[in-house]
Design a protein around this ligand. Structure first.
Ligand code: UDP
Ligand code: MG
Length: 317
């Protein structure tokens, strides 16, 4: 029996990309004679994305849509699709044609050779804006320093996962999702291939600077408590420094020079005030994550879908 391939595509306002992407994927999969399903996850788009997907799904019984109840974000849309997928392997890719569909047969070939996870590494070229290149490079360096995870530069959410790995992902109960980190952490038999990203077919990137910063924060805090450790080290270091300042303060007092200390006093107050706020802030970040995790809310809500695996729909069409 031929094994089945699921392709999961998160979509947020990609109306003009859906048809061209579908055409490319369809051609590749038909030529390769694979048994497949394509799952588009509409992440609360407010353009024609959903109707485009539904139109294609009407004509092709292997195409499914999942409409989320609002915009939950890239990682959660991806998770919704992965949860629903029925394939023996799941390929995730972006909807904007930056992840070349032409690579799908190579991913599958590696899988057939026995790899559980085939991930891709983006080789930046002229198609990548210099802002994107710099911010992404900074992101991966920061990740490396602050977390205990060795993520390679340019690891994207374009990858193939065997059913084993998918089932493993589905056992994670994390509310703050950073899928590419989880995948790295999981182990299994992994291999990677390089690709150069295409131009975005239409529309613009949904990852603004703000979103990228919060993505970086999520990646770091999901995989490491090093920032907390750092605050403890800083605390110890300054405690020692302030201890050594004590003799100086005492000597000043006994020699009658105590009133002169205004400048050093105000500087110390400002400095330590700032330091303490910073440390409290870092502790607060983790505390906030804890609150969200404790609530155990669902990661996403589905409004409607035509996928057979669905249990959660409000109403079927
Ligand atoms: N996306 C999503 N929800 C969001 C933002 C993005 O589902 O809130 C999808 C988007 O439609 C695309 C993928 O995630 O398929 C990656 O987004 P984008 O191409 O904007 O990111 P970039 O390639 O610029 O990093
Ligand atoms: Mg993109």
């Amino acid at each position: 029996m031929t094994r089945r391939i699921s392709i999961v595509i998160p979509v947020y306002n990609e109306g003009r990309n859906i048809q061209p992407l579908y055409n490319r994927i369809h051609d590749i999969l038909i030529n390769a004679r694979f048994n497949y399903e394509i799952i588009f996850v509409d992440d609360g788009s407010n353009d024609q994305s959903l109707s485009e997907i539904q139109r294609i799904a009407k004509a092709d019984p292997d195409v499914f849509y999942i409409e989320l109840s609002r915009n939950f974000g890239h990682q959660f849309a991806l998770k919704a699709g992965i949860d629903m997928a029925q394939g023996d392997c799941v390929i995730s890719m972006d909807a904007d044609l930056q992840h070349p569909p032409g690579l799908i047969p190579t991913l599958i070939e590696k899988w057939q050779n026995g790899f559980d996870i085939v991930y891709t590494i983006r080789k930046d070229d002229k198609n990548t804006s210099s802002f994107k290149r710099k911010s992404s490079s900074f992101f991966y360096s920061l990740m490396r320093v602050l977390s205990d995870l060795e993520l390679e530069k340019g690891t994207a959410d374009f990858r193939l996962m065997d059913r084993r790995a998918v089932d493993a992902i589905n056992r994670f109960g994390e509310t703050d999702l950073f899928i590419r980190g989880l995948v790295k952490w999981m182990g299994f038999r992994q291999t990677s291939i390089e690709y150069s990203p295409g131009m975005r077919h239409a529309g613009e990137s949904k990852y603004s600077l703000g979103k990228m910063i919060s993505f970086a924060y999520r990646g770091i805090t999901s995989f490491s408590t090093k920032p907390l450790l750092l605050t403890a080290y800083l605390g110890i270091a300054f405690f020692i420094i302030s201890l050594s300042y004590l003799p100086y303060a005492l000597i000043s007092y006994f020699t009658g020079n105590a009133v002169n200390g205004w400048t050093s006093l105000i500087m110390t107050i400002i400095f330590f005030g700032g330091l303490q706020l910073l440390m409290l802030g870092i502790i607060g970040l983790y505390l906030g994550k804890l609150v969200l995790q404790v609530k155990q809310r669902p990661l996403y809500l589905i409004r409607e879908s035509n996928h057979p695996n669905l249990r959660n729909t409000v109403n079927e069409t």
